[in-house]
Design a protein. Structure first.
Length: 159
């Protein structure tokens, strides 16, 4: 007698060997279906249980071949996307100083923000704070591709 875990994640059984073989024939169970023999506490794939090998199309007493693990694909980011997080965070935290502009290579815009903030004794820092906060949020919410196209390739200086 066996219990199996179906594709829906529910436990079925206990049922006899013949019933499990019928489920295999019907496509309701396969080599990866987990089964627990009566009196056992461990769950094993049906492919590990020799009495199901003929029903699964496996040679008797030979464990099934183990497929190699799937290798995750390397995630590649477009060149320039590495500046997105640094520019976004600096825009939010250090905005009136224009640091986020310098990170993106916008020296003129960065100097303008810094001078407006400093030469007005901080009064100009208020609008610079609002602008940089919006820019930081915009940077961080864009996809890497959008960010690179807008701010690295097309050099859009202001939001």
């Amino acid at each position: 007698m066996y219990k199996i875990i179906g594709a829906d994640g529910r436990e079925y059984g206990p049922v006899g060997v013949d019933q499990v073989r019928r489920w295999i024939a019907e496509g309701r169970a396969n080599a990866q279906t987990r089964a627990q023999a009566e009196g056992s506490t461990d769950w094993r794939p049906l492919a590990d249980i020799p009495e199901f090998h003929p029903s699964l199309g496996l040679p008797g007493n030979v464990p099934p071949p183990v497929s190699p693990p799937v290798q995750p694909r390397a995630v590649t980011r477009p060149p320039g996307a590495d500046k997105k997080i640094a520019a976004g965070i600096c825009g939010i935290l250090l905005g009136p100083l224009g640091i986020h502009k310098f990170i993106l290579g916008y020296t003129g815009e960065g100097v303008a923000m810094l001078l407006i903030s400093v030469l007005t004794c901080g009064i100009g820092a208020i609008p610079m704070r609002i602008i940089s906060l919006i820019e930081g949020i915009v940077y961080l919410t864009k996809s890497d591709e959008e960010f690179v196209n807008t701010y690295v390739i097309n050099k859009k200086g202001w939001f």
